[in-house]
Design a protein around this ligand. Structure first.
Ligand SMILES: *Cc1c(COP(=O)(O)O)cnc(C)c1O
Length: 378
């Protein structure tokens, strides 16, 4: 089995960059075969605990609980923190639907909070205004793999004893002040959906250093282990999918290095003083480059149109990305969040995955240099 990344797609100027990344085969079939040889293909198969231990070791946490999706990871964590009807959960206005829907699944009330200017971090002043005795949790969101932390926010939530759930579904390997995203909070929730950095088709996991919380999440996602003592759901990850994750986890580090190298290459082509700059992050932080994210401080609609015309539509065009309360099912929780509005309309997401070979990288670099150099209306 080959372990070297290979690129089979040839360069096509009409469709120069595919934002979808399929990792090259890395021996997943051997791992699946081992699961078949064992015969137990359910979420009770022995590969599950091996996978969970490998995840905990890779991220440097005490416990990992594998589940069948990132949405399940978020829902189970909220339930384990006693989020239920009559309670509130702080969620950033930058949240896409899958971040916030699990709050509704709990029957709880989402309280939409603004981010700091030009940042994905929750705004501490807005949190202070919105904390109530019913606040049961806060969700932080390192969207596109960019850090979303802030000292003041962290201190405020900790003082108010509000547990923090990081939706790290796009942030496998993002480093925040020397730690991995999702490991310095109460619990980190990850997805292993096909489009994420660690992909098992469908799947997810929760990371935590809180043993009691880990046990509650484990029980809830495994039907209370059929003891009849606690209510639960069946969110178990099937053994063949855990087998895929176990093998692909070995290559996550290489993937991160490759994405960072591609991102740096493109960032270098964006000369300072132009229309574009990279989304900011701290000196001790490293994005995982789920996407490279560029910002236009002026003329963003025109820049967006130029990107889209070049075949590089930003998320606002490609996925209709917008602040959470512009989604009909969340409009009743609307709260003006000017910074999140601005972030949604001035950011441009670009693929930098390892399957981008020299030709598409060079092509994107040329587009960026041209868009960056174009003068803007003052
Ligand atoms: C993918 C994703 C989810 C949901 O994960 P699923 O595995 O698709 O359920 C949640 N939040 C964010 C930010 C995501 O990118």
């Amino acid at each position: 089995m080959t372990t070297e990344p290979t690129t089979t797609a040839s360069f096509d100027a009409a469709h120069p960059v595919d934002d979808r990344y399929t990792p090259p085969p890395c021996g997943e079939l051997d791992e699946i075969q081992a699961a078949f040889a064992d015969g137990r293909l359910s979420g009770g198969g022995p590969v599950l605990s091996v996978y969970e231990m490998a995840l905990a070791a890779w991220f440097g946490v005490k416990r990992a609980i594998a589940v069948n999706s990132g949405s399940s990871a978020l829902h189970a964590t909220l339930v384990a923190l006693d989020v239920r009807p009559g309670t509130e959960v702080l969620v950033p206005a930058t949240a896409p639907l899958p971040t916030a829907m699990p709050i509704l699944t709990c029957g709880a009330t989402p309280v939409i909070v603004d981010t700091l200017p030009g940042s994905l971090a929750l705004d501490p002043a807005d949190i202070e205004a919105k904390l109530t005795p019913r606040t049961r949790a806060a969700i932080t969101l390192p969207l596109w793999g960019y850090p979303a932390d802030n000292h003041a926010t962290e201190a405020l939530l900790s003082e108010a004893r509000v547990p923090v759930i990081e939706d790290a579904c796009q942030a496998h390997g993002t480093r925040v002040r020397g730690h991995y995203a999702g490991t310095r909070v109460t619990a980190g929730c990850f997805s292993t959906h096909d489009r994420k950095l660690l992909a098992t088709g469908e799947g997810g996991f929760v990371l935590t250093n809180d043993e009691a919380l880990a046990d509650r999440i484990d029980h809830y996602t495994h039907l209370g282990h059929l003891r009849g003592l606690t209510h639960g759901v069946n969110y178990k990850l099937a053994a063949p999918l855990a087998a895929i994750g176990l093998r692909r986890l070995r290559h996550l580090g290489d993937q991160l290095r490759h994405r960072r190298a591609n991102a740096h290459r493109l960032v270098e082509t964006v000369a300072p003083g132009g229309r574009l700059r990279e989304l900011g992050y701290g000196p001790d932080d490293t994005p995982n480059y789920y996407n490279l994210v560029l910002v236009a401080d002026h003329d963003a609609p025109a820049v967006a149109a130029t990107f889209a015309a070049a075949g590089l539509p930003p998320d606002s065009v490609r996925y209709g990305y917008r602040p959470l309360y512009h989604q009909p099912i969340f409009s009743r929780y609307a709260a003006a969040c000017r910074n999140a509005e601005r972030l949604a309309t001035t950011t441009f997401q670009l693929p930098v995955h390892p399957a981008m070979s020299e030709a598409p990288l060079q092509w994107v670099a040329e587009q960026l240099a041209a868009i960056n150099a174009r003068s803007h209306t003052p």
